[in-house]
Ligand binder design. Structure first.
Ligand code: GRF
Length: 208
């Protein structure tokens, strides 16, 4: 059941639309926003598979509660590395699930070959800053440290750099006097939840 109180049987046809696969390491609030947009009928898509490199991640719980297939990406104890052979296995799992578009949503490992080659121009990422400003980790802290008055979020195609691929959509977010890292991140996340479904809609329309 979504935040909107809609679920299966709500009139949304879950067999149609772009087939999405989601990779995440954390809470999964962006995946939830995608599901809410699907439930609200504003995004013609379905999520076929959710994978996480963290077996404890709440994103897996959210997906299971919705009856979405889930799996763990076992990186063999490496803390940040995403070994090539594991990327190949991940690509195969996504392909077997019929995934057409891969959405990284708080996924903390760098995607490289062979996953990129399996989904050319079909892997999206959401980043909590107005790229190319503040790539990498904890961008909201980077923005505060830099003293900017505006930050935001970006959805972009993934290439083999860190947060460098072609930009699909951005939303601006003001930095307010007295902001803490937490308050700024929370404001940026509210924008992210609007932006990700809109970016998927845009990509899907272009692929049609
Ligand atoms: C988001 O802020 C996203 O921009 C960043 O990681 C966070 C993931 O949050 N890459 P969630 O797991 O979607 O709640």
């Amino acid at each position: 059941m979504s935040n909107l109180g809609l679920g299966r049987g709500s009139g949304v046809d879950y067999t149609k639309g772009m087939v999405l696969g989601v990779l995440g390491s954390g809470s999964g609030s962006n995946m939830q926003a995608i599901l809410d947009a699907i439930d609200a009928g504003t995004l013609d898509a379905r999520i076929a598979l959710v994978l996480s490199d963290n077996p404890e991640a709440y994103i897996l719980e959210r997906a299971k509660n919705r009856g979405i297939a889930t799996g763990v990406i076992d990186c063999g104890g490496f803390r940040t590395k995403f070994p090539e052979e594991i990327q190949a296995i991940t690509a195969a799992r996504l392909q077997e699930a019929g995934v057409e578009l891969v959405c990284l949503a708080g996924f903390l490992r760098l995607v490289k070959q062979p996953l990129l080659a399996a989904f050319p121009s079909r892997i999206l990422n959401i980043h909590p800053a107005l790229l190319p400003a503040f790539p990498g980790l904890e961008s909201w802290k980077q923005a505060l440290d830099a003293g900017v008055t505006e930050s935001g979020c970006t959805v972009h195609f993934v290439d083999d750099g860190m947060d460098t691929g072609p930009i699909i959509l951005q939303e601006r977010v003001p930095v307010l006097a007295g902001d803490t890292p937490e308050s700024l991140h929370a404001r940026i996340q509210m924008a992210e939840h609007r932006l990700y479904p809109a970016a998927i809609r845009k990509v899907a329309a272009e692929l049609d």
